[in-house]
Write a protein that binds this ligand. Structure first.
Ligand code: FAD
Length: 392
């Protein structure tokens, strides 16, 4: 069976047979989990890693709280329903793996429900380089990738992962210090409110760890601080532009280098939409350039200028409206995703060590083989909870 056939067969993904009440009880029978722990866990950060951690803490009946700095959960997943006639992923959008991952995330015992995914196989691809637009003759430019058809990554996390434990999530809670010098771990937020736990799982973005947005007592081990010093998160931005006509291919690649990427892509591809929405996804220097403009109208204007240059002036004439999501400007995110100055696996190994069996870390940066992805972050959150629950 080739990938296309596989995609057709698996395009409608179910999340298991359980219903919510069944999900919350009886799970100690799950043989792959060893549950020895019975104290309290605090999860810091409500992105994919933190939410998946919460899902398993809830499943196994552990006392826990999830503390999120922002006014909503989701982290680098976010959506808007109001820009177009389909929900738009303002952050993560692609499923950078096959739909089987949902079974892995939930141990094939997830919430009931289904979300339709579509194989991402753009038909028309161009590359714009040195002032020239050239068509590419590649049928499947992005290998093995999918997108949600009528939904978003945010919806997935909110409806299937976090729904069972919304009351345990505390928003607008910026953790500023973590003291693990005593038998319990004590965290303080921006209002000096204290939270106490036996174990803490920290899932904040790598750039926030690197720039010391949290103070530690005692200081984190030098192996960890050296490793985090070798990570970096380039600027990242997405812009969605609505036009009255489609004058662009499914993908226009503006050719990035190593840790840079700039593509304009047809955001309505295989979605149910009567509109024309072209999106810009860029990380690296171009994202930094747009971030420096600051004002969203200026950013949109600069994208229209760029598109006019590529497509011989068509963008200005057909432009209706735009929306910008600047991830670098997000106070509690600060960039796109993690890159490594050095051997990724070694750096991740140093970041993944627990500190005194009390402080644990997860998040996209740490997941070996799937960094920079939602599914990698979520798998990492699950795996760290598995480690914590095995401890007594
Ligand atoms: C523009 C862009 C496009 C992307 N596209 C894709 C894609 O198509 N597919 C894909 O798989 N991945 C994509 N990614 C990557 C993906 O979004 C991330 O890898 C993933 O969402 C990270 O999850 P996380 O839980 O590690 O971190 P986050 O989602 O960043 O969650 C961390 C949370 O910690 C919170 N926080 C920070 N500081 C504190 C504090 N002091 N106290 C409490 N909370 C705090 C933050 O507010 C945040 O909610 C994209 C990322 C960007 C920026």
């Amino acid at each position: 069976m080739n990938r296309r056939d596989f995609a057709k067969q698996t395009a409608l993904v179910g999340f298991g047979l359980g219903i919510w009440p069944q999900l919350l009880v009886g799970c100690k029978k799950d043989k792959s989990w060893e549950i020895n722990f019975s104290g309290k866990v605090i999860v810091v950060g409500g992105g994919a890693a933190g939410l998946m951690a919460g899902f398993y803490l809830k499943r196994f009946g552990i006392d826990f709280e999830l503390l999120e700095a922002g006014s909503d959960i989701g982290g680098r997943t976010k959506k808007t329903d109001s820009f177009a006639d389909f929900p738009i992923d303002l952050g993560a959008e692609w499923l950078h793996t096959g739909p089987k991952i949902f079974g892995n995330l939930f141990d094939n015992n997830g919430p009931s429900g289904s979300m339709e995914v579509i194989p991402y196989t753009p038909a028309t691809i161009s590359v714009y380089k040195n002032g020239e637009l050239k068509q590419r003759n590649i049928r499947s430019y992005f290998y093995g990738e999918y997108k949600f058809k009528r939904s978003t990554w945010y919806d997935f996390l909110n409806s299937y992962v976090a729904a069972a434990f919304h009351p345990q999530i505390k928003l607008n809670t910026v953790i500023q210090s973590i003291d693990y010098s005593g038998s319990k771990v004590v965290l303080k937020d921006q209002n000096q409110v204290e939270y106490t736990a036996d174990k803490v799982l920290v899932t904040i973005p790598s750039i926030k760890l690197k720039t010391n947005s949290v103070t530690w007592n005692p200081a984190l081990p030098s192996s960890f601080t050296t490793a985090i010093g070798k990570t970096y998160m380039p600027a990242g931005i997405k812009v969605f532009l609505q036009f009255s006509e489609k004058f662009y291919p499914d993908v226009t690649d503006l050719d990035g280098e190593n840790d840079a990427e700039t593509i304009y892509y047809n955001a309505t591809f295989k979605k149910e939409s009567n509109q024309h929405v072209l999106a810009l996804f860029t990380i690296g220097p171009r994202a930094k350039e747009l971030n420096t403009l600051g004002d969203h109208q200026l950013i949109i204007k600069d994208c229209i200028r760029e598109l006019d240059e590529i497509f011989g002036g068509s963008a200005t004439g057909y432009f209706i409206k735009g929306v910008v999501q600047d991830w670098t400007a997000e106070e509690y995110i600060g960039g796109s995703y993690t890159f490594f100055n050095g051997r990724e696996k070694d750096i991740q190994a140093d970041l993944s060590m627990s500190v005194n069996d009390k402080v644990f870390f997860a998040g996209e940066a740490l997941h070996s083989g799937s960094s920079a992805t939602v599914h990698g972050a979520a798998l990492g959150g699950k795996e760290e909870i598995k480690k914590i629950l095995a401890l007594s």
